[in-house]
Design a protein around this ligand. Structure first.
Ligand code: CTP
Length: 397
């Protein structure tokens, strides 16, 4: 989103109040936003709100050409890297599909050659009307991106499809659309499974054995792989959120994680084992909450080593493992690389407070069976994830 020039078109529906937040989120992510509104949109939220937040004058009237240097609706269309119509009413969708430019917004959109991203929001019956559906199909056939409206409580007081989605959802879809548009999807057609989080091994219904892993690294990796076009399944023991385009499989224990990885292994291209898998699980899981005693002994049994087993089974799959260490990092990482038949081992020091488990940052060294080790100095996990995925791309091309 950084430095992305967005022409933000607001058309008249109750969802206009939500588009204020969407615009702010775009700006927060580094986009420069210029707004144009239809007069109906100004009935819901004043142009001043958009002006103050975007720090640009809001265009409404095609004929109030204040700057003789430019024809404003053409200038805005040419300036923007992307046009976002949010909310897009049935009326504006119909005009666009039929080439009508009868106000500032529709005229600018008619003059737009950059990608157009529409977020329709309207009453369910208006959305389902054959004319609206036909118009949406027409716009899609012209390569405009039309987002699916949400289902839920509508302004009319009943539940139905047509709601303006949450800003986060819109931005996630927009990011994917932009990457696809730019053709930066080298992992298109590749199936990637990422595991994340610290597995939980139940002792009784209310107690478990686990570790300090938050799942942040695994979730960031799933996201980075998705952004590069992969079909991603995230098998996670973490409660962190996932974008809806990533298939999420929620698990608790190492055994559950093993079963899901094993099931999908044959058809996948890349497995990234970022999960901190508990090495042991209680031999017996108590059916009821254990009562207090003076001394308790819990017998543990070894969990399957998922990465090692997949390493033994692999045909063409590319395997990435992690090595969470507190000492002898290089030696242990190289041992894991060899013993688990991995293609990469991402080693990190989990003994320091400012990196590794349960933090936003990390510093890692990536060991491989073909290249020299690569160190990524202390930085955000998102950035580390992007670097790891770039190496995966290089090695699997
Ligand atoms: N791993 C796994 N299954 C396990 C344990 C670990 O698949 N039962 C994977 C982890 O996801 C990671 C790699 O193996 O990618 C190394 O995990 P780590 O916990 O660092 O090492 P261990 O193999 O458990 O060895 P040790 O605890 O002796 O360091």
């Amino acid at each position: 989103m950084k430095n992305l020039k967005v022409a933000f078109y607001v058309t008249g529906g109750i969802a206009v109040y939500k588009s204020v937040n969407l615009m702010r989120e775009l700006i927060k992510r580094g986009a420069e936003v210029k707004v144009a509104m239809t007069t109906s949109a100004t009935e819901f939220v004043t142009p001043l709100t958009f002006q103050v937040l975007s720090k640009h004058a809001v265009h409404i009237d095609t004929f109030s050409e204040e700057d003789p240097q430019y024809v404003q609706h053409i200038h805005l269309a040419d300036w923007a890297d992307i046009a976002i119509v949010a909310p897009a009413t049935a009326n504006t969708i119909a005009k666009l599909a039929n080439g009508i430019g009868d106000n500032f917004v529709t005229s600018a959109l008619m003059a737009t050659t950059s990608p157009i991203f529409l977020v329709p929001a309207m009453n369910e019956h208006m959305l389902e009307h054959p004319a609206t559906q036909q118009n949406i199909r027409t716009l899609k056939s012209r390569k405009a991106y039309v987002m699916e409206p949400d289902t839920g409580f509508l302004a009319e007081g009943y539940s139905g499809k047509g709601r303006f989605p949450e800003s986060e959802m819109i931005i996630e879809e927009l990011e994917g659309y932009l990457l696809a548009y730019k053709g930066e999807r080298p992992l298109k057609g590749k199936k990637i499974v990422v595991t994340a989080g610290g597995t939980k091994e139940r002792i009784d219904p209310v107690r478990f054995i686990s570790n300090d892993s938050s799942g942040k690294m695994g979730h960031a990796l799933a996201d980075a792989a998705w952004k590069k076009g992969a079909e991603v399944t995230l098998i996670t023991a973490s409660t962190l959120p996932t974008r809806k385009q990533i298939k999420r499989v929620q698990v608790d224990s190492a055994k559950e994680m093993y079963n899901h990885v094993n099931e999908s292994f044959e058809t996948l291209d890349v497995l990234i084992m970022a999960a901190a898998v508990s090495d042991y699980a209680p031999l017996n899981q108590e059916e009821h909450k254990m009562k207090k005693k003076n001394n308790v002994t819990i017998e543990l049994q070894k969990n399957p080593d998922i990465l090692k087993e997949m390493g033994q089974k692999k045909v063409n799959q590319f395997l990435v493992g992690f090595a969470a260490e507190t000492e002898n990092i290089e030696a242990y990482a190289l041992k894991k690389l060899k013993e688990k038949h991995a293609d990469l081992i991402v080693a990190n020091d989990v003994g320091k407070k400012d990196r590794g488990f349960n933090t936003n940052d990390n510093e890692v060294t990536i060991y491989s069976n073909v290249d020299q080790p690569v160190t990524i100095s202390l930085t955000k996990k998102d950035e580390i994830a992007e670097n790891i995925i770039d190496i995966v791309i290089d090695r699997t091309e």
